[in-house]
Design a protein around this ligand. Sequence first.
Ligand code: PMP
Length: 397
Amino acid sequence: VFSTVEMAPRDPILGLTEAFNADTRTTKVNLGVGVYYDDAGKLPLLRAVRAAEEARMKNAPPRGYQPIEGAPAYNKAVQDLLFGQGAALTADGRVVTAQALGGTGALKIGADFLKRLLPQAKVYISDPSWENHRALFEAAGFEVDVYPYFDADTRGVRFDAMIAHLKALPASQIVLLHACCHNPTGADLTDAQWAEVVEVCKARNLVPFLDMAYQGFADGIDQDAVAVRQFVQSGLSFVISSSFSKSFSLYGERVGALSIVTASKDESARVLSQLKRTIRTNYSNPPTHGGAVVASVLATPELRSMWEEELGEMRERIRAMRTGLVDKLSARGVARDFSFVVRQRGMFSYTGLTVAQVDRLRDEFGIYAVSTGRICLAALNSKNIDYVADSLATILK
Ligand code: PMP
C-alpha cells in the first residue's frame, strides 16, 4: 500500500540544522535557527517559568482532560495580553479564545474554521512570509496568493504596492498579516501604515488574520500589540493566532491561542461552538502543562514582573546584537550600508546576502544562514559576533 509513496521535500531549515550539527569546526555558528538563544548560546529556561513549574509540580495536579477550548484562566490571560487588561471588547463578550498547540496549531484551527465559513475565499500572505503559512492554508483547502511586501532596495516594506494590492481585492478575502516582528524579513509596518491597512480592510470588507508570534520582542508587550489594538478600534471582526513559544521560551510545550473578535456576544457563542467542533476533530483538547505555567506566571504578580524583566532582557539582547553587528561591519570597512539591520525588528533580518554568499559563509567559515539571506540575530552572542563580522567583511569585500 505504501509502495507508491514519494519522499516529501526536506524542510530547508531543518536540513540546515542537520548540516550544522554534522560540521566539526569549533567556530561554527548557526544563524539559520528560528529560536532565541541567550548570550551563552543556550535556549533559556526562564526563571519565571521554572518558578511556576516548581509550584505546579509541588501540588502534583491531576492530568484530566481540559475543556475543548482550554483553560478559562489561560484564555483570559491571552486576551489581556492581546487587547490590554480589562479591554471593553473582552468585557462585552466580543472575543472567543481557544488555547492551541502553539502558533502553528492556532493557525491550523483558524484555517479549518474559516474554510468551512468561507469556502470560496482565497488567502493572501505577504511576499515573502513564514514558509509554513502557505503550506498550512493550502492544506486546509485554500488557494493561497501573495501581496507585495518586502522591498529588496530599502529592506523595508513596499507599502504603496502592498496597499494598492489590498485595495484591489474582492470582498471577503482572507489577508494574513504579521502583527509584529515579521518573519522572515524583520521589516514591520509603522503605526500610521497599520492605520491605512485597517482602513482598507474595512472598506474592502476583507477578513484580517493577524499572526502574533513575537509579542514583546520588538518594543514591548503593549507597543507590539499596536496592530491588534488598531483593528479593535476599527470595530472590525478579525482573527488572531498567538504564540508563547518565543516570549516564554516554551517552544516544545506548544502553547498558543486562537482568538476571534466578533460583532457581539451572541455571535461569539456561535463562533465558539464551531471552533470547538474544529478542535474536537483535530486533537480533541489541548495539553495542560504549558498553558497552566503561562497562566500562572501571568496571574502571579511577582512571576509576571520577573517574566516581563526576562522578556525585556531578550528584547534588549537582540537589539544589542543588531547594533553590534552593524557597528562591527562598518569598523571593518564594509562599504555596504547595513543600517537597515537596526531598523528591522524581532529575531530576523533579510540581509540581502546572495545564495553564493550564503554558500561561501558556510563552506569557508562554518556560518550557516538560510539561502534566502535570512539570519537570526538571536543566534549571535558576545563570543561569536566578532567572528561573524570578520567573516561577513571578508566575503563582502
Ligand atoms: N507564525 C510565525 C510568523 C512564526 O515565525 C512562527 C514560529 N516560527 C509561528 C507562527 C509558529 O509558532 P509556534 O512555534 O508557536 O507554532
